[in-house]
Design a protein around this ligand. Sequence first.
Ligand code: PRP
Ligand code: URA
Length: 212
Amino acid sequence: MKNNFPNLKLVDHPLIKKDITLLRDKKTQPEYFRAAVRRISNILAVEIGMTLSLKKVNVDTPLERTKGYKLDQQIILIPVLRAGLSMVSGFLDVIPDCKVGHIGLQRNEETLEPVEYYFKIPNVDANSKIILLDPMLATGGSASQALKYLKKRGGKKIVFACLVAAPEGVKKIQKEHNKVEIYSAALDRELNNRGYILPGLGDAGDRTFGTI
Ligand code: PRP
Ligand code: URA
């Protein structure tokens, strides 16, 4: 779907539209919320998978030798704790041979600044494809901080996958990390004065884990 942000790829799919509606519905319980996040993540993973590079290999079928392909780069998923964890299984369904690192960031509810509490990622080489996962891109503070860490660790090929993006967050990433492409299932209208996305889906971590 077309939008005005050069760094944003809105993944347009009828099944995503249906599942985003389910996530927005305040009556959707965590069990169904998690399942919908997983299905949307499957589709985002297929879309991002289109950008992976391959190398040619030989393969022996039961009948003869033929040519085939294997991925020629290490793929690393980086969920931003907590809510990003909900997207991991959906990505692993589609791209099982990934390593997984974790970045723990929590937004301070008053300043809206991200506070780091955990960081553990696999070794990164210049060819590694890093897929940063966080369902919500609101002010962009958390994603921007995570991207800074990943670049400091040597990440060169990084994409960011989210479920709902706010224009404010997309602009911040464009300004601070202009080589990072954002894949999102939805682009919402704006942030409210508490930094929540409108119309949004509420607090993604709470909706996922039932901590409301
Ligand atoms: C949420 C969300 C993002 C962040 C987005 O996490 O999962 O990490 O807010 O907001 P931002 O773009 O304004 O930084 P939160 O800090 O609520 O932590 P949680 O996942 O532990 O609930
Ligand atoms: N984090 C969330 O979980 N939801 C929002 O709307 C904004 C930040």
